[in-house]
Design a protein around this ligand. Structure first.
Ligand code: API
Length: 331
């Protein structure tokens, strides 16, 4: 299951910075002295867009434990649950430490430790001497069902597995298992086919080829499209579906000549403007099901990420990171 943080919540006044990657936004705290012990309630309050600063998550900048890493990204979803990895967050982490001189900009690269392991980053600077874009080696996608994780048997007990396809496509001659596609029933219909991909955190990617084939009750007025699709309702149902023992991030995407268009209902956050790990998982799923080449632009509500699934099986994500404002907050 997903893990809630267990912090007692030490009261105090803390400086923070607000950063985002394509509108997927985070409250950053410098916790290199490891004194912050945030509680679930504190995180929920910080992320509340009415009663707090407002964000999709909280990121603590902590000292690295792994040799060769420049810092540890401790990422907490808005609901107070820990996540192993955050793609937009790790680009913002690079910006946070480079713009503050914690990491020397002249290096042009750094390695960030995450709960999913180290992630190597190369970055470019803007004319004002601040980090502009970051290229992150997000590692290899994990496709083995048990490691995503997926659990069709648990879903079957809920009589919701319509089909399980173990071979989305021969995995490019790799000596790796093929992805699992679970087709799961939605209350009132229809069923949706999800390709399970982990980028250190779980993703269920639904690639839709024909919006017209879906019933009208799944759309919020207007023509049937990704933009009018009811991501909140359908995403919320599958986020906590028994087929996903650790819950899941849920992506809905379609592919055309301009690239991959995607919306995401994130585990522990709800719909976000962008999801870096989700964009990587969606590129992998689209390539495995022969809808896309292994390199493409992924268009999200907040902007575009460029994703390459390279010949070494690593997924390379390139995109911006921005700092919106700084402040002090009473916890
Ligand atoms: N909600 C995600 C973590 C944040 C991922 C997303 N913001 C990204 O940019 O990858 C999870 O629980 O796995």
């Amino acid at each position: 299951m997903t893990m809630e943080i267990t912090g007692a919540g030490v009261a105090g006044r803390y400086p923070f910075a607000k950063l985002h990657g394509l509108g997927n936004d985070f409250v950053f705290f410098d916790d290199r002295d490891e004194t912050m012990d945030v509680s679930v309630d504190q995180v929920k309050r910080l992320c509340d867009r009415r009663f707090g600063i407002g964000a999709d998550g909280v990121i603590l900048v902590r000292p690295a434990r792994l040799e060769g890493c420049d810092g540890l990204m401790y990422y907490i979803n808005a609901d107070g649950t820990l996540a192993q990895m955050c793609g937009n967050g790790v680009r913002c982490f690079a910006k946070y430490v480079v713009d503050r001189g914690i990491v020397d900009a002249a290096r042009g690269s750094l390695t960030v430790e995450t709960l999913a392991g180290p992630r190597a980053i190369r970055f470019t600077m803007d004319e004002a001497g601040r980090l502009a874009t970051a290229q992150v080696d997000m590692g290899a996608p994990v496709l083995e069902a048990a490691e995503v994780p997926l659990n069709a048997a648990a879903a079957d007990e809920a009589a919701t597995v319509v089909a399980e396809d173990r071979a989305a496509r021969p995995c490019d001659g790799q000596t790796r298992s093929c992805a699992t596609t679970l087709t799961l029933a939605y209350p009132g219909g229809p069923s949706f086919a999800f390709v399970g991909v982990s980028m250190g955190n779980p993703h269920a990617v639904c690639l839709i080829d024909d919006w017209e084939a879906l019933p009208a009750h799944l759309f919020k007025g207007g023509e049937k499209s990704l933009e009018t699709f009811d991501v909140d309702a359908v995403g919320a149902y599958f986020e906590s579906h028994p087929a996903f023992p650790e819950k899941t991030n849920v992506e809905f995407a379609c592919v055309d000549d301009s690239g991959i268009a995607m919306r995401v209902f994130e585990r522990g956050c709800g719909e976000t403007m962008a999801c870096g790990t989700g964009a990587c998982a969606t590129l992998v799923a689209a390539a495995l099901t022969e809808r896309s080449e292994r390199e493409n632009d992924v268009h999200l509500r907040g902007g575009t990420l460029h994703i390459l699934w390279d010949e070494t099986d690593h997924v390379i994500m390139t995109g911006p990171a921005e700092e919106a404002f700084i402040g002090e907050v009473e916890l």
